[in-house]
Design a binder for this molecule. Structure first.
Ligand code: GLU
Length: 332
């Protein structure tokens, strides 16, 4: 009887031990990347990153090769840059895509009305350039900044980078919303439809090129993008390292008859100092070791250059997990 009990006990011990081993092997780490509207380029960035992360998981066990942990990545649609930074600060998101101007202001606390100061913000890499577009309705007679006077303009939803940058543009021209004939706060996925339906005359949008949301109104109903080269814009570019001149090339959209000159920012991938080095390292490695595939995920990523990605548009300090990979890969 004693023998039966002891062999039963050792069987149970082995059973419990092997069960806990499998559960360690299968433990998963869930993380989320904040993006932007579903028709924007940020949504493509976030989902391309998740795709690269999925690629490095072993097919059999769904876990990162050589470790016990499965990485589970999601990249939901969100309100945009400043929303993402706020949610990273709250610990609700682990990563996010954000315009370089709002990354700068969040880290340095230099525009607290538009983005909460967050010195725990960390840069990971930058992605595509984002020219600031003013897109005007066919027949609206809008040809430059001054002719927006009295027009119905969408300035973007609160939480989006485009909204913040549009407000900076108004302030730098010494006007407020009363300059326009009316303003709306439509999201990026609503604005092109509203333009084609003549509910608005123009909208401002900071976005990568090309973008299907913009094409909906340019190719769909003849909307066009105007030059932005006022003295106020020249001053913005001269005074701020996170702004640069940008070109939207001729032929990008059906109505792009010539190059458009405007100012722009970089889309950057950011995280928090509280996110582990191990997770940031794994995500960065997944992207940089599959960069050829990553570039194919969207035409705006076609020219991504690893040397520039770890420098351009980054004003918050790089996360140590990212530095570890860049040094290992000989990029730093
Ligand atoms: N730059 C925009 C923003 O921060 C988002 C652009 C996009 O979704 O691609 O709101």
């Amino acid at each position: 009887m004693k023998k039966i009990i002891s062999s039963l006990a050792s069987f149970l011990l082995i059973f419990v031990a092997s069960f806990s081993l499998t559960s360690v092997a299968k433990s998963a780490e869930y993380f989320s990347i904040g993006t932007g509207g579903p028709t924007g380029v940020y949504f493509q960035v976030g989902n391309a990153i998740c795709k690269m992360v999925a690629k490095i998981q072993s097919a059999e066990h769904g876990r990162k090769k050589g470790t016990d942990k499965a990485l589970r990545c999601s990249a939901p649609s969100t309100g945009g840059s400043t929303y993402n930074i706020g949610q990273i600060m709250e610990g609700e998101l682990q990563f996010g895509v954000a315009q370089s101007d709002w990354q700068y202001h969040a880290y340095n606390g230099t525009n607290p009305d538009k983005v909460k100061p967050f010195d725990g913000l960390r840069a990971v890499f930058s992605a595509h350039p984002e020219p600031f577009h003013i897109i005007a309705r066919k027949g609206s007679k809008i040809k430059d900044w001054n002719s927006l006077k009295g027009k119905k303009v969408n300035i973007g939803n609160p939480g989006s980078g485009q909204r913040g940058t549009f407000e900076v543009l108004m302030e730098s021209h010494g006007v407020d919303t009363s300059f326009f004939g009316g303003t709306s706060e439509l999201t990026s996925s609503e604005q092109s439809g509203a333009l084609c339906d003549k509910k608005i005359d123009a909208f401002g949008y900071t976005v990568g090129v090309p973008n299907s949301g913009v094409a909906q109104s340019t190719d769909g109903c003849g909307a066009y993008i105007i030059d932005l080269q006022t003295d106020a814009v020249k001053k913005l570019v001269a005074d701020n390292a996170f702004y640069a001149w940008a070109t939207i090339p001729k032929g990008t959209y059906k109505t792009s008859k010539k190059d458009v000159t405007t100012f722009g920012v970089m889309a950057s991938f950011v995280t928090s100092a509280d996110v582990s080095d191990e997770l940031v390292y794994a995500v960065v490695k997944a992207v940089f070791e599959n960069l050829d595939d990553f570039r194919k995920q969207h035409p705006a990523f076609a020219n991504l250059d690893p040397k520039k990605m770890i420098v351009d548009g980054l004003s918050a300090p790089l996360h140590p997990g990212a530095i570890k990979y860049y040094k290992e890969a000989g990029l730093m």
